[in-house]
Design a protein around this ligand. Structure first.
Ligand SMILES: Cc1cc2nc3c(=O)[nH]c(=O)nc-3n(C[C@H](O)[C@H](O)[C@H](O)COP(=O)(O)OP(=O)(O)OC[C@H]3O[C@@H](n4cnc5c(N)ncnc54)[C@H](O)[C@@H]3O)c2cc1C
Length: 460
């Protein structure tokens, strides 16, 4: 168990943390604070995928929202590359599928291979539209989605986004919550009132700290090098499937991205220096079994330490947390951002109903009780899946023959079991977002329900 101030965060270890436009203006105790007027129904701290999606969902219901975002631009480093059909359905609800679809690629699935390249498991995803009305697995580039989400939120009359606004303190009483923040472009200290504050402020969440929630550590902490490359010419040998290389010496993942973009996620060994390994020469040495500089150019290479953590408390009165502020997972299932989008899909309509006086404030307590077990199930699955290929190395098992004997067949069996969980619908078993009232076994899109959600919201 970690205390909130010491929590691990899924963030780059050889790059500054999301501070591309940051100024170092200190928050001087004696400085005068300017009060924003009027107050807002909801203040969202952070405009990553979770915050921007929530702003869209609340804006759809006409809820007055102020989004405070520390940075001047969306996060530029490599992160999410996969989202699923439930996320696409949320995007449909907020009217953004036409905008995002050109920036996606339907994924045929993932293959697991051993050190010799032999196929251990073929986890193909259906290429036809499924019960949610969308494909099961989309590849995308997170900065594209973040741009589209922000543009969507900015177009909502009741939503305001303030960039370069860093929240540093929050107070609440029976009537309201007061959020204090610094306008980083001028150094002015400002403050605003809101009936609810939702922290979508990532792994180092200030809102989680104010809530005082401890963070439960689910035990996975590994350094991985994440490389995005842009192909200069076709490399057919890479194939269309993503590939999990179950190489005990150095587990790695290959992801076929959108357009020419290709992603490799490669384990760093304990004695390797993260910064040195992200240097182009080292990266090309690691990639040489797949591509050379003649095939592609490196877009970005960053070393991350991946963690698996869940906040124990997601709400305190008027304050709530969602997305990476509430949980972080290693990316082996591609579900970190998806979980954050499910969080806000669960929370958004509840906040709107409570704010309109159509439900008691106690409805908000069901947010954590519904979402936390679901998130936990996904993280535990990702930890087990990600841990399998490296198990031999961590357990100091020696020799190829011993590895095959001890891990070959059991590995295949366990991966099959794990991915079977997903295909059977872990969401249904563990309680997901409020997305599955209507089942569309015929694969028909749920246009009436999703795309008219705003009208339904206004009618309520
Ligand atoms: C290598 C890698 C691969 C991944 N692959 C996948 C994948 O394939 N699929 C998937 O679903 N997920 C994936 N993820 C996870 C995904 O990227 C994250 O879960 C997602 O970005 C979290 O979104 P968020 O909005 O909760 O937080 P963030 O994206 O971290 O956004 C938080 C925002 O809050 C702002 N902020 C922070 N503090 C303050 C403050 N005090 N005041 C104001 N603003 C503040 C930050 O500037 C930031 O913009 C991956 C992650 C990594 C690192």
């Amino acid at each position: 168990m970690n205390e909130p101030m010491n929590e691990p965060v899924n963030e780059p270890v050889n790059e500054p943390v999301n501070d591309n436009n940051r100024q170092t203006t200190p928050c001087l105790p004696g400085r005068k604070t300017e009060m924003d007027d009027p107050g807002y129904e909801v203040c969202i701290v952070g405009c990553g995928p979770a915050g921007a999606t929530l702003a869209n969902l609340l804006g759809l219901c006409g809820v007055s929202v102020l989004v405070l975002e520390r940075e001047g631009a969306a996060y530029p480093l490599p992160r999410a590359v996969h989202f699923d059909d439930e996320v696409m359905r949320v995007l449909q609800t907020i009217g953004l599928t036409d905008s995002i679809l050109p920036y996606t690629h339907v994924s045929p699935g993932m293959r697991f291979v051993d050190t010799g390249g032999r196929l251990l498991l073929d986890w193909s995803r259906p290429m036809e539209v499924g019960p949610q009305g969308w494909n099961a697995s989309y590849r995308f580039h997170q900065p594209d989605l973040e741009r589209i989400l922000r543009e969507g939120a900015e177009s909502r009359p009741s939503v305001q986004i303030r960039l370069r606004s860093e929240v540093f303190a929050i107070r609440q009483d029976a009537e309201t919550a007061q959020v204090e923040y610094e306008d980083l472009s001028s150094g002015t200290l400002r403050s605003c009132h809101a009936r609810y504050v939702v922290g979508c402020d990532g792994g180092r969440s200030v809102v989680r700290r104010v809530i005082g929630s401890p963070v439960e550590d689910l035990g996975f902490h590994e350094r991985w090098l994440v490389v995005d490359a842009l192909l200069k010419r076709p490399v057919p040998s890479l194939g269309e499937h993503s590939v999990q290389y179950c190489d005990p010496a150095r587990p790695a993942t290959y992801v076929r991205g959108v357009g020419e973009r290709r992603r490799w996620e490669i384990t760093l060994l304990p004695d390797e220096d993260a910064t040195a390994m992200a240097a182009p020469d080292s990266v090309w040495r690691l990639l040489e079994r797949w591509i050379t500089p003649e095939d592609a150019e490196l877009e970005r290479a960053v070393s991350y330490t991946f963690h698996s953590v869940i906040a124990e408390r997601w709400r305190s009165g008027r304050l709530l947390i969602a997305g990476d502020s509430a949980h972080q997972t290693p990316p082996f299932l591609g579900q970190g951002m998806c979980a954050g989008v499910r969080d806000v899909a669960n929370l958004g309509w509840k906040l709107a109903r409570v704010l309109r006086g159509q439900a008691d404030d106690a409805l908000l307590d069901t947010y954590e009780s519904e979402r936390l077990p679901h998130v936990r199930a996904y993280i535990e699955l990702a930890v087990r899946l990600g841990g399998l290929p490296g198990a031999e190395r961590r357990n100091h098992v020696g020799g190829r023959a011993e590895i095959d004997h001890r891990y070959g067949e059991p590995l295949v069996a366990e991966i099959a079991l794990l991915v079977g969980d997903i295909d059977r619908g872990i969401a249904g078993r563990a309680g997901g977002a409020d997305l599955d009232h209507d089942r569309f076994g015929n694969g028909r899109r749920s246009a009436d329900r999703d795309e008219n959600a705003g009208e339904n919201c206004a009618d309520q």
